[in-house]
Design a protein around this ligand. Structure first.
Ligand code: FAD
Length: 564
């Protein structure tokens, strides 16, 4: 019927960018429909850290922090090295703080400034040691009721002990063992355990954290407005009239439907990381879907392929938001190793037993370095994280909680020989996982020397405030360096995985999809990983994927409304 098939704006996908676009479009008086292919809303955004990187935001200024449009522009330009048009960067800087201000004023979404989370490239002009990354506050999901069951569930590794929600600020406090961290953990545990009403219902924490908080608070805000969200509805193609996108075709309950969008279609349907054929076509080899940390079955490149058919320009298709990942039996998605590489006493080596990069470097650069070293040496896919018995006792690594909480005897048996490998000596470990034993011995000898002097003469690990963010404040002289001296020794296999692809449909400063000539395709917008990233080949800070997705969702809604 007409009511169901005609809308002013249709948004495809239900990640944070898509929901933000829908929210603003609706508040500007448009009738809006969201379609989501899977039976859960939220996409990768829901299982993410939920951080958004918003330069020059009001919250940081309110804390007395100093940032400016010019400093952020200088920084992004230096980071992206000409791989993206400056007009789009400026559109981002103009709109990101406004989007956040308006969203927080008019919805249930609440962020706090992560004032200690440094920008990723501390050596570049315009970087800040904190204040641009925003961290979602914990969100009480009671009001969402049963709709919370339809949200893409948070991965176990986003939760404290696989159960309890926390913020990125709290997780950082615990990881770096800042003063008061133990008390904080006890507080979180008590709050969870003493919530008897919720415990009767099951394991899920009443309060959502990280990406689950962001997506739940957005979903709740959409429910407040009665904006329809059709799950299990797959976009298959555009409807075109006189060169203008006027609607979409979808598959719903096995039926093809045509849905009309009077003023615009916004593609927020993610990238193509869950499509092995497209990975092989565009990404550097080798590349496996199973290395991706994003939800299975979701982002298979629908926006890209339909856009290409229309003659849209594309960019950055050979890039992912790289992250070294490891696969754990029975876990739904690969796990990103975002932080643990930086903990003191863990090193990453190739098959020759050599380090090839600063382990504490940002994850995009680390993944990229795995490919570059592999192209040169042919031996860093997989690469190996190696650490000793002291490290195992003290720190978490992937799914292994610190040995003092989860000794090997209490770790699942299936993990030994699949997730982690263990031997009494370094030489035996090298043999077990097929790393060159002499190379590994020399690397460890060098690292032990660097740990004593505090200076990593090869890669300057721990040499800036970003590296040290995940260091152990109690380890001196360098919180990211500790010797490997105490058996047994351990190794974990890692691959250059991803948290989404970075390339996609090329857009202009209004989030309109453009043709190679630069001319916009009327009625068509793309945001998030459906579009090629405004950050080009860089990852300037925590939240540099969802921040732009939400900001260009806001920009697209504004542009549609202004031109309707
Ligand atoms: P998604 O959030 O994946 O949403 C796309 C949606 O579109 C999905 O629900 C999908 O099912 C749906 N869809 C796909 N095809 C169709 C179709 N044909 N029809 C209808 N629907 C379709 N980034 C940050 O900025 N900050 C962080 O803190 C952060 N932490 C992360 C932590 C982890 C563990 C991971 C895995 C990622 C993290 N990221 C983070 C990356 C970030 O989550 C993603 O890059 C981002 O969420 C992508 O947003 P999106 O809207 O493009 O896609």
């Amino acid at each position: 019927n007409d009511v169901e098939k005609n809308y002013d704006v249709i948004v495809v996908g239900s990640g944070a960018g898509a929901m933000t676009a829908a929210l603003f479009a609706a508040d500007q008086g448009n009738s809006v429909l969201i379609v989501e292919k899977t039976d859960k809303y939220g996409g990768t955004s829901a299982i993410s850290g939920g951080g958004i990187w918003i330069p020059n935001n009001d919250e940081f200024r309110a804390l007395g922090g100093k940032d400016s449009y010019e400093a952020a522009l200088t920084y992004i330009k230096a980071a992206s090295q000409g791989s993206v048009d400056e007009t789009r960067i400026r559109a981002y800087l103009d709109n990101a703080p406004k989007m956040l201000r308006e969203l927080q004023a008019n919805s249930r979404v609440k962020f706090a400034v992560a004032d200690k989370y440094p920008d990723y490239y501390q050596h570049l002009e315009g970087s800040l040691p904190g204040g641009r990354s925003m961290d979602p506050e914990l969100y009480d999901t009671t009001g969402l009721g049963d709709e919370m069951d339809n949200q893409q569930p948070a991965a176990g590794n986003a939760l404290l002990m696989g159960k309890m929600s926390w913020t990125a600020r709290q997780a950082h406090k615990a990881v770096s063992k800042e003063r008061g961290w133990m008390l904080m953990i006890i507080g979180l545990m008590l709050r969870y355990k003493l919530d008897f009403k919720q415990r009767k219902k099951g394991r899920r924490d009443r309060r959502a954290g990280l990406g689950a908080s962001l997506v739940a608070s957005l979903r709740h805000s959409l429910c407040d407005r009665n904006i329809p969200l059709w799950r299990g509805t797959e976009f298959t193609d555009f409807v075109i009239n006189n060169d203008k996108v006027t609607g979409i075709k979808v598959l719903r309950d096995g039926q093809e439907l045509t849905l009309n969008a009077r003023y615009g279609v916004i593609m927020g349907s993610g990238g193509f990381e869950q499509n092995q054929a497209l990975r092989e076509k565009y990404l550097p080899a080798p590349s496996q879907q199973s290395w991706s940390a994003t939800p299975k079955g979701g982002n298979t490149g629908a926006a890209l392929e339909a856009g290409q058919k229309l003659g849209a320009a594309t960019d950055l298709l050979d890039w992912c938001w790289w992250t070294p990942t490891l696969n754990v039996p029975k876990e739904r998605n690969a796990r990103g190793l975002f932080a643990e590489r930086a903990f003191p006493g863990a090193i990453v080596v190739d098959g020759a037993g050599q380090r090839f990069f600063n382990e504490a470097a940002p994850y995009l650069e680390f993944g990229d370095a795995m490919y570059r070293n592999h192209q040169k040496m042919g031996n860093s896919i997989p690469a190996w994280v190696v650490f000793d018995g002291h490290f195992r006792h003290e720190y978490a690594m992937g799914p292994l909680m610190p040995g003092k909480i989860m000794p090997d005897s209490r770790a699942p048996k299936a993990w030994l020989g699949s997730v982690y490998f263990k031997a009494d000596s370094l030489a035996e470990l090298a043999k077990l996982v097929n790393i060159d034993a002499d190379g590994l011995a020399q690397t460890v000898q060098k690292m032990n020397h660097y740990a004593a002097t505090g200076v990593d003469e090869d890669f300057d690990r721990g040499g800036n405030v970003f590296d040290r963010y995940y260091g152990d404040t109690k380890v001196k002289p360098n919180p990211c360096l500790a010797p490997l001296t105490k058996g047994p020794y351990y190794a974990l296999k890692i691959h250059p995985g991803d948290i989404g692809t970075k390339g996609g449909l090329l857009t202009n400063e209004y989030a309109q999809v453009v043709r190679p000539s630069g001319e916009p395709i009327a009625g068509l917008y793309a945001i998030g990983n459906s579009s090629s990233s405004v950050m080009g080949t860089s990852y300037p800070g925590a939240g540099a994927t969802i921040g732009p997705a939400m900001t260009f969702g806001y920009v697209a809604a504004n542009h549609i409304t202004a031109n309707r």
